[in-house]
Design a protein around this ligand. Structure first.
Ligand code: FAD
Ligand code: NAI
Length: 466
């Protein structure tokens, strides 16, 4: 226990490594402890990055079959080399995780490979490549992330019955894929395998997919995905999955109860949400409280134990990499005695399907429930010149403005490039913009972003064309 650290971070995902980098930049003596053998966490290793690599590659594959000929580009029937597709995914992951390791060195952060646990106040015990060592530290940041939620009656083996981790690593395109859960993972990874040739059925417990998104977005998005070939079983629950002669028998029944049916599948993907990961951390040894669902409670990122902070998926808020990153940098600032602030109302969420679904701020349902009077502006990509020339007309932009304050309080986009476009609305909201501010801002022509401007105009009823 030679050195006393200013901060030890447990977990090397986007929350942890961004916290470490900022702490290093601020001159704090910093260590990061990671047990998976590589930095980058869920996001870089088995989440955001590999899923986007496969989404992009599978989108190319499908475009070669459908969009290319429609635009007069004749390349013949494309063939799939799944091994190459998986290899380029692995290379993207590898390059980025090594990049994060380099950033640790650059910012003078000590990286310890091993499992961290609390060993009393101000002490972290690390079991890893150097045996067991105990670090003494003034501050500790918990950034241990999350893990997939399981379903009773369904045993995940990561081969035939998979979580997102197994679904990212399949070596063969399944004939029939059943996805349990119509949320972000189900629709993104369902899209990958459908584009590559699988028949995909999504079984969703609630009566709509993406249930926390704006209702109008969920409805239209489901129609678009159905047109692409997705099948949906809504208001339906899975009660068990059985292995039978190399196939899977999935038993379903109405969510409200009723007659059982059996669906057959080659692969089942369980994607019903994720839960906080705190196994073996020894939270009880320092009196850190969790809520009923296991999330670590915090007040401005400080836990119930003094000098112990928490960030990312293991605490409250959306389970998103950029939310974890933002929290990580803020906590480093706070530990260094500087400001640390994040606006929880302006965290964008993107589903990286084709088209993408992007949203920020409130949905119409949330505004209604809160009794807020609001105005709506909407514009379809069908009426946007760039979308039409690109053969990408599915979707719309919807902007919601608080009628009393004239501030934009929410935006919801379905459209190709929606994930890039939503950034403009985030900046506008951070600056307290009205829809009129966006509408009076010159947008380049011809771009998809003109649909944002037209939707903003629509809030006050002066949209030019619909
Ligand atoms: P994590 O990334 O989970 O990192 C925590 C790390 O802590 C892990 O590496 C773990 O090994 C380590 N750890 C845990 N306990 C210990 C311990 N005791 N000692 C040492 N190390 C420990 N989010 C987005 O914003 N955009 C996306 O496109 C996106 N795509 C996703 C796709 C998939 C398939 C999945 C599963 C998730 C996706 N996410 C996405 C969510 C995103 O991955 C998480 O929100 C993000 O990784 C959370 O970061 P974190 O730092 O809190 O935790
Ligand atoms: P999710 O919360 O997005 O969706 C889970 C879905 O499963 C919901 O629609 C829910 O109603 C449904 N469900 C729950 N129990 C069910 C049951 N028993 N039977 C059938 N349906 C059931 O969770 P998901 O997709 O697992 O993703 C986990 C987290 O990872 C999310 O919080 C998300 O933020 C993050 N993530 C983010 C991505 C992105 O930003 N693009 C991509 C992938 C994951």
């Amino acid at each position: 226990m030679a050195d006393i650290y200013d901060v030890v971070i447990i977990g090397g995902g986007p929350g942890g490594y961004n916290c470490a980098i900022r702490a290093g930049q601020l001159g704090l003596k910093t260590a990061i402890v990671e047990s998976r053998g590589k930095l980058g966490g869920t996001c870089l290793n088995v989440g955001c990055i590999p899923s986007k690599a496969l989404l992009h590659a599978s989108e190319m594959f499908e475009a070669a079959k459908t969009t290319f000929p429609a635009m007069g580009v004749i390349v013949g029937e494309p063939k799939l080399d799944l091994a190459v597709m998986q290899k380029q995914k692995a290379e993207a992951v590898d390059g980025l995780t090594k990049g994060v390791e380099f950033l640790m060195k650059k910012n003078k952060v000590t990286y310890l490979k091993g499992k961290g646990r609390f060993a009393g106040a101000g002490k972290v015990e690390v079991t890893g490549e150097n045996g067991v060592e105990t670090l003494a530290t003034k501050n500790i940041v918990i950034a241990t992330g999350s893990e997939p939620m399981g379903l009773p009656g369904v045993t995940i083996d990561e081969k035939q019955i998979v979580s997102s981790t197994g679904a990212l690593a399949l070596e063969k395109v399944p004939g029939k894929l059943i996805v349990i859960g119509g949320g972000v993972i189900g629709l993104e990874l369902g899209s990958v395998w459908r584009r590559l040739g699988a028949e995909v059925t999504v079984v969703e417990y609630l009566d709509r997919i993406l249930p926390t998104n704006d209702g109008e977005v969920s409805k239209q998005f489901q129609r678009i995905l159905a047109k692409q070939g997705f099948a949906f079983e809504l208001s339906t629950k899975v009660t068990g999955v059985e292995k039978k002669g190399g196939k899977l028998a999935v038993t379903v029944e109405p969510a409200a109860g009723g007659d059982k049916r059996t669906l057959d599948a080659d692969i089942v993907l369980v994607a019903i949400g994720r839960k906080p990961y705190t196994e073996g951390l020894g939270l009880e040894t320092v009196g850190i409280q969790t809520d009923k669902r296991g999330f670590i409670v915090n007040d401005h990122w400080e836990t119930t134990a003094p000098g112990v902070y928490v960030i990312g998926d293991v605490t409250h808020g959306p389970m998103l990499a950029h939310k974890a990153e933002e929290e990580g940098a803020n906590v480093a600032q706070i530990i260094a005695g500087k400001w640390g602030h994040m606006n929880p109302d302006i965290i964008p969420g993107v589903v990286y399907t084709k088209p993408e679904v992007a949203s920020v701020g409130k949905t119409e349902e949330e505004l209604k429930a809160a009794g807020v009077t609001y105005k709506v502006g909407k514009f379809p990509f069908m009426a946007n010149s760039r979308a039409r020339t690109n053969h990408e007309t599915d979707g719309f932009v919807k902007i919601l403005e608080d009628a009393a304050t004239s501030r934009v309080v929410g935006a919801h986009i379905i459209g190709v490039g929606a994930g890039e476009m939503i950034g403009e609305i985030c900046v506008a909201m951070e600056f307290g913009a009205s829809a009129e501010d966006i509408a009076r801002t010159c947008h380049a022509h011809p771009t998809m972003t003109e649909a944002i401007r037209e939707a903003a105009k629509g809030v006050d009823g002066w949209t030019m064309q619909t």
